[in-house]
Write a protein that binds this ligand. Structure first.
Ligand code: SME
Length: 302
């Protein structure tokens, strides 16, 4: 079977490795040190931040199952590409971000994704894109660190790992289903079941209103006007709205008094909003930028 390699530096390698082991088509992900000045560095040497190494994960994948483009897109979901030598709480050149390739033909593929991310950001990214100079696997205690230490430190929000599985499984499950209502129904069920939210569902744009679509959870309002509530506002503003406390959102429509926080993500076709994905939580401040990022990826499947 064919096998290819790519090297991702995404801050602390414990989290980056754990993320890529969740990706379908990835055969192995190994923590190590890349593009430094000596041979066989130890963690302690790299930690001094004087060796030039970046904490890096060697991802070995089957290109028949996952493309380099997909892997690169997923990598951008777990880094802040504008943060120089810092990811989460970890700071130093060893925590810089980078994509290092061993096959020159991979470069244009990565550049394409890079350019899209740069266009989204509107400013130059600080992520390195370079040939791999060298790579030394890290000590055994750093391999599969988060499997060995489930409560161990991770600079990534832990829900990232559930979202990446949910996203890939949903893609596979919906792959052969053309019916838009069936797709929404299945997606609502998958999100609700995997993430354990209070209410997950769709409102579809029908003429000048949002009309209730497939959902999971207690009975809900049937229709919402343009610009009304969180759903109608997300439609009008054509952007994701994260509401940490529904009481603080002017015009919030309380379908259930149990809902305390909410996220609404527009579903678009050719840039026009055709529906919204609405998710409610019984707790305050459940949703943040991580949910927004992954739920936007989810609705892009539709
Ligand atoms: N709270 C939403 C209404 C829909 S329910 O949450 C299911 C809103 O303000 O638009």
């Amino acid at each position: 079977m064919m096998e290819k390699s790519i090297y991702f530096a995404g801050g602390c390698f414990w989290g980056t490795q754990h993320f890529f082991t969740q990706v379908n088509g990835v055969k192995s992900a190994v923590c190590g040190y890349a593009n430094g000045h000596k041979d066989n560095p130890s963690y302690e040497e790299v930690y001094t931040d004087t060796t030039g190494f970046a904490e890096t994960v060697h991802v070995c994948y089957n290109p028949a199952r996952v493309s380099l483009e997909t892997l690169t897109e997923l990598f951008f979901c777990i880094i802040d590409p504008l943060s120089l030598n810092r990811q989460g709480h970890d700071e130093g050149t060893r925590y810089r971000t980078g994509i290092y390739y061993t096959d020159a033909e991979d470069r244009p593929v990565i550049e394409k994704v890079y350019a899209r991310e740069e266009a989204k950001a509107g400013v130059p990214l600080v992520v390195e894109l370079e040939p791999l100079q060298n790579f030394f696997p890290a000590e055994e205690r750093h391999q599969d660190y988060l499997d060995k230490n489930p409560d161990g430190y991770c600079h990534l929000p832990l829900k990232t790992f559930r979202y990446v599985k949910l996203y890939q499984d949903t893609q596979l499950i919906l792959a052969d289903e053309p019916d838009p209502i069936a797709r929404m129904a299945e997606m609502a069920a998958l999100i609700q079941e995997r993430m354990g939210f209070f209410w997950t569902g769709f409102y579809r744009v029908v003429a000048d209103e949002l009309v209730l679509g497939p959902f999971q959870g207690p009975s809900a309002c049937l229709r919402i006007g343009y610009g009304k509530g969180v759903c109608g506002s997300a439609w009008k503003q054509n952007r994701t709205l994260v509401v940490p406390d529904v009481e603080e959102f002017p015009g919030h429509i309380a379908c259930s008094s149990l809902s305390q926080s909410e996220i609404v993500v527009p579903v678009r076709k050719d840039g026009t909003v055709t529906a919204v994905l609405d998710i409610d939580s019984r707790e305050l401040a459940t949703f943040d930028a991580t949910d927004a990022l992954w739920l936007e990826k989810m609705v892009s499947i539709l």
